[in-house]
Design a protein around this ligand. Structure first.
Ligand SMILES: C[S@@+](CC[C@H](N)C(=O)[O-])C[C@H]1O[C@@H](n2cnc3c(N)ncnc32)[C@H](O)[C@@H]1O
Length: 343
């Protein structure tokens, strides 16, 4: 029997569209899996060479807000300020009533046509395209949260009541999905942008269902934000006081924001807080044509920082070269995912 534990009528194996997101409690077959999850394509990481796999693709179209700041201050935007801009801008999209905004942007576009003003029409068309793209990417395809892909990546780990450290946690989604699958532990979120704790995590929908397991029956159980034991620390990862005390150290969309000279430092952040026998879990956006187009069209919303798109082979080689053994790797809808351990 599925325990929903909250006022919601969504059932196991059901998916439901909400105005701002999708809820998805579908369990699926191997065949369904293979449609959007490819795991373990590399047999021997020691044989991989950069000359064979190439380097990541660098996104070079930036948000107007970043360009304006740099012009005004005659210097490059500091990383922490760029994250503040990014989080504020990205969050606005997660709370949109998407169908209502699609209607409104269509009306605005039609109105701009009747006004015969080219600049107005261009801007209205841009809004129309962006809201339709967001509807497709986040709400219809569920590519950003991707609960089914993430569950496929996270399943099968040897964990009981894990302590999870989420580096650059933003709204905290993936640690909550992990904690639902391996319940009874604790999540420590870390992000140096206070907006992430005070708004992105706080406003994450209380009714969002995370499909996980029920330790007393071995069956399924649905969890919500309030069911997890959490602590949210607003701090630079480089200043964290922890030792090797976490069963999982997780990051989602962090590594690709650092150029090659800083990649080993980022990998070290994950090793530094991990218990012996624990797991490092990382994901990064995929270098695929539709992601390149997405970051181009959504530049004003998303591109405040240095950003690469990489293949899972490139991502894995960064981790392997920096002392990790790769236990599981693959790609889900829009991200690569790797489960690893220090060698
Ligand atoms: C690209 S976001 C992660 C993607 C996330 N899933 C989302 O939806 O936005 C990376 C996060 O890491 C945080 N971050 C980057 N560098 C950090 C550092 N040195 N210490 C703490 N947080 C950091 C940023 O503030 C940002 O919220």
């Amino acid at each position: 029997m599925l325990q929903l534990g909250m006022e919601t009528d969504i059932q196991l194996n059901e998916t439901r569209l909400q105005p701002s997101h999708r809820m998805d409690l579908r369990n699926f077959s191997e065949k369904d899996y293979n449609k959007f999850v490819k795991l373990n394509t590399v047999n021997d990481w020691s044989q991989l060479r950069w000359k064979d796999i190439g380097r990541p693709y660098e996104v070079t179209s930036f948000a107007k807000e970043k360009k304006d700041w740099e012009e005004e201050h005659q210097q490059s935007l500091p990383a922490n300020v760029s994250w503040q801009m990014f989080n504020k801008s990205f969050h606005e999209w997660f709370v949109k009533d998407v169908p209502a905004e699609m209607d409104m942007s269509k009306r605005n576009f039609m109105k701009s046509l009747s006004n015969f003003k080219l600049a107005e029409t261009k801007s209205a068309l841009g809004e129309l395209i962006r809201i339709h793209l967001w509807n497709y990417a986040h709400r219809i395809e569920d590519g950003i949260w991707d609960p089914r892909g993430k569950r496929a990546l996270f399943e099968g780990l040897d964990l009981i009541k894990p302590r999870i450290l989420f580096l650059g946690a933003a709204e905290g989604y993936e640690a909550m999905q992990l904690s639902a699958m391996y319940p009874g532990g604790e999540i420590v979120f870390v992000d140096y942008d206070p907006f992430c704790k005070d708004t992105r995590f706080r406003d994450f929908p209380d009714t969002y269902p995370f499909l996980g397991s029920n330790p007393s029956t071995g069956g399924n159980k649905v969890y919500h934000k309030k069911d997890f034991e959490t602590e949210y620390i607003v701090e630079d990862i480089r200043n964290l006081p922890f030792g090797h005390e976490f069963d999982i150290v997780l990051s989602v969309g962090l590594l690709e924001h650092f150029p090659d000279t800083l990649k080993s430092e980022v990998v070290d952040w994950h090793k530094r807080f991990l218990k012996t026998g624990g797991y490092i879990i990382m994901t990064t956006p995929r270098a695929q044509l539709k992601s390149k187009l997405y970051y181009e069209i959504m530049a004003d919303v998303m591109n405040h920082t240095y950003r690469e798109l990489m293949t899972v082979e490139q991502m894995g080689l960064y981790l392997y070269e920096n002392g990790l053994d790769i236990l599981k790797h693959g790609f889900i809808k829009v991200h690569n995912g790797i489960v690893a351990r220090p060698r």
